[in-house]
Design a protein around this ligand. Structure first.
Ligand SMILES: [Zn+2]
Length: 335
């Protein structure tokens, strides 16, 4: 199954996956990536591509992750489902550059490998655009949180998401500073973006205040609160492909093929890992990486599920409705 990221840049030629030396590389998208809105210096805000980004039809979700593989683990099935079944336009914002999580000692190549994989993930899920904010990996707490928040406020006013998906800002049992700083910056930004006194230059440039009302906080660590279970049974294959993208870092992408190689060096093999690296990676992901989702699904009569804490502005809506009902009941004609 091939899911193209942009209809307007659709290219039915098979992508060429090569490294800098021209050697074919499995699991990475073609480089350089296809042209996208806002990436060319010659593009203007008023271009059709830019207008398509700023004013899509239907609801919008902004996913804010710290690292290339966060969304794949915690919410890939739900995002795929929102795009395909509910008509969402999705944007992926990544706060760090992944420079500590890579396949080589080279910092530059590590960043590049992860960046390519994030683009590949966006292609698999159908995400319209990735914004890389580029902060140093593992050191988001050393960055200016006010600057990060300001950048997110700008993006929320530009993209006007109905929902953000990210880390729980309360972060119980979270050890990674990139995760909790991202969650806290998003929570503040999604609120401040709706106020009309913060960053008036945005308004002068043509953007309008925009509250992001819905928050889907994924469950990154055991013990984090949840009040929603999303059935992603029909998106198991998409989730496997999303996890398989991450060859550079984490416990998903290339772990199965590494295990297969280790076994082979000891004269062993596990038939369930298949006959090649690609099959081994996917078999490993299905057996081990999907386990939390299938176990959660078991408890709810689903093949696979993703848990979230969902919050919205229903309290504020209820308050406004109460005031409106009180006015309707008690208002008399002034005279
Ligand atoms: Zn992470």
């Amino acid at each position: 199954m091939t899911i193209w990221r942009y209809d307007e840049v659709r290219d039915d030629a098979p992508p060429v996956h090569v490294d800098r030396a021209g050697t074919p590389v499995r699991g990475l998208p073609a480089w350089p990536a296809a042209p996208r809105p806002f990436t060319s210096a010659t593009e203007r805000q008023g271009s059709p591509a830019a207008r398509a980004v700023m004013a899509p039809d239907g609801p919008v979700i902004a996913i804010v992750q710290a690292h290339s593989d966060d969304l794949s683990f915690f919410g890939a099935g739900t995002v795929a489902r929102l795009i395909r079944e509910s008509g969402y336009t999705a944007y992926l914002i990544q706060t760090t550059n992944d420079d500590k999580c890579g396949p080589t000692p080279s910092v530059g190549e590590t960043i590049l490998a992860n960046e390519r994989e994030t683009e590949a993930l966006a292609g698999i899920l159908g995400i319209r655009r990735v914004f890389n904010l580029g902060y140093a990996n593992h050191f988001l707490d050393a960055a200016s949180v006010a600057e990060l928040r300001a950048r997110l406020i700008f993006l929320f006013r530009l993209l006007r998401p109905d929902v953000v998906m990210t880390f729980n800002p309360a972060h119980p049992s979270e050890q990674n500073p990139d995760h909790w700083v991202t969650g806290q910056a998003v929570e503040a930004a999604r609120w401040m973006a709706g106020l009309d006194k913060d960053y008036p230059e945005h308004l002068a440039a043509g953007l309008a205040p925009h509250f992001v009302r819905g928050r889907l906080y994924w469950v990154a660590r055991a013990g984090q609160p949840t009040n929603r279970v999303v059935d992603v049974s029909d998106y198991l294959d998409v989730k496997v492909e999303a996890l398989a993208v991450h060859q550079a870092q984490g416990t998903a992408g290339a772990t199965g093929s590494r295990l297969r190689a280790t076994l082979a060096s000891r004269g062993l093999r596990v038939p369930a890992l298949g006959d090649d690296d690609e099959a081994a990676d996917r078999a490993y992901i299905r057996r081990f990486m999907l386990a939390p989702g299938t176990e959660l699904g078991d408890r709810h009569g689903m093949a696979c599920a993703e848990p979230f804490l969902y919050l919205d502005e229903s309290d504020a809506d209820a308050h406004e409705a109460t005031v409106a009902a009180w006015v309707a009941e008690n208002a008399v004609t002034k005279g």
